[in-house]
Write a protein that binds this ligand. Structure first.
Ligand code: AHM
Ligand code: MG
Length: 334
């Protein structure tokens, strides 16, 4: 690996290996990078540019929107609208899809969570942008919502940008996972890690333990066994982490292994929902990244990438990370 390869050079090199990919794909990833650099700059400046706090509005799912949720969504639209690389954009922050005009209609569909983990913004903890790229079924026709409703196995690429102590872009085009670090002096994402591999086994789990009393039996059992440590059936001590920012959580797992869980539970079901995290904007892109790094991602009942979506804002239970641990949690569901 050559440290210092720019993301653009890396994509051009990779594009040759993606069937049917042309300069449009490189252009699309460049647009996403531009948007992420703009969001990174705002996250970095925070209170200095008055972007912290609530937007005093709710998104389609009835969740409070932060100012930076709304601004990040606008930045994504603006970065993608003019260059003709996508046919339409869908976002966690918008009820319906955002189609491009006929003269600017490209060959791809983009799904994104413009700023995931936004409850962390005001407390200066890591947040991120998650994205998933599908091929538009027919770029001669105006795209519809139905065009987006395809299982995660059809993703052409997926990635996230983590706004942490360093801003990092993590990307897969279906051929392993690579990491790029933003060099702010240079203004470019530079390759810093290739062929990322998640260890099969782990001693670290991440779950919001305040929901414990609502969990189903398989999750109760798994966590209880972890907590029992050396004296329990696992025979080893576990460590726990919860950042409440999925991007940071997945990034930790890609770096040193672990398992992340946001299961469906009795409280979520009582609200008429099927999970907390969104299939199209969070679960699918993260599942592709994790699988490409040798990990696994499941709802407990089914491989996430094989879930057939019924609706754009569909929610699913998520269990992902080190393969053997995910297999164990899955086995407890059988
Ligand atoms: P968001 O898209 O509204 O930010 O919600 C998703 C986030 C994930 O990043 C994180 O894993 C989870 O919500 C945290 O949930 P909780 O508030 O239960 O800790
Ligand atoms: Mg989110």
């Amino acid at each position: 690996m050559r440290i210092g390869t720019t993301l653009t050079h890396y994509i051009i090199r990779n594009q040759r290996e993606i069937e049917g990919a042309s300069g449009t794909f490189t252009g699309l990833l460049n647009d996403i990078c531009v948007a992420c650099k703009k969001i990174a700059a705002l996250v970095d400046k925070g209170a200095l540019v008055n972007v912290l706090g609530s937007a005093e509005s709710e998104n389609v799912q009835g969740e409070e929107q932060k100012k930076l949720d709304v601004i990040s969504n606008e930045i994504m639209i603006e970065a993608l609208e003019h260059n003709g690389h996508i046919a339409a954009l869908a976002s966690e922050e918008m009820e319906g899809i955002h189609p491009m005009s006929a003269e600017r209609r490209g060959r791809y569909l983009l799904l994104c969570d413009p700023l995931d983990g936004s409850s962390n913004i005001d407390v200066n903890v890591s947040v991120g942008t998650i994205f998933s790229i599908l091929r538009a079924p027919d770029d001669t026709k105006a795209p519809t919502e139905a065009d987006f409703l395809r299982p995660g196995v059809e993703q052409v690429a997926a990635g996230y940008c983590l706004y942490g102590p360093s801003t990092m872009m993590v990307l897969t085009t279906g051929n392993g996972v690579s990491m790029f670090t933003l060099d702010r002096d240079f203004g470019e994402f530079l390759l810093t890690r290739e062929n990322v591999s998640i260890p099969d086994e782990t001693r670290e789990f991440a779950i919001n333990a305040s929901n414990r009393r609502f969990w189903d039996e398989p999750i109760q059992r798994y966590i209880e066994e972890c907590l029992a440590g050396e004296e329990g059936p696992r025979g080893k001590n576990f460590n726990m982490r919860w950042v409440a920012s999925m991007v940071a959580e997945v990034h930790r797992i890609l770096t040193r292994g672990g398992v992340f869980m946001y299961p469906c539970d009795k409280r979520i079901r009582a609200q008429g929902k099927t999970g907390k995290l969104r299939l199209m904007y969070e679960a699918n892109p993260m599942a592709m990244i994790v699988e490409q790094a040798g990990g696994a991602a499941t709802t407990g009942m089914q491989r996430i990438l094989e879930v057939d979506p019924d609706e754009l804002h569909q929610r699913v239970p998520v269990i992902l990370g080190s393969r053997k641990e995910v297999e164990r949690v899955t086995a407890y569901h059988d």
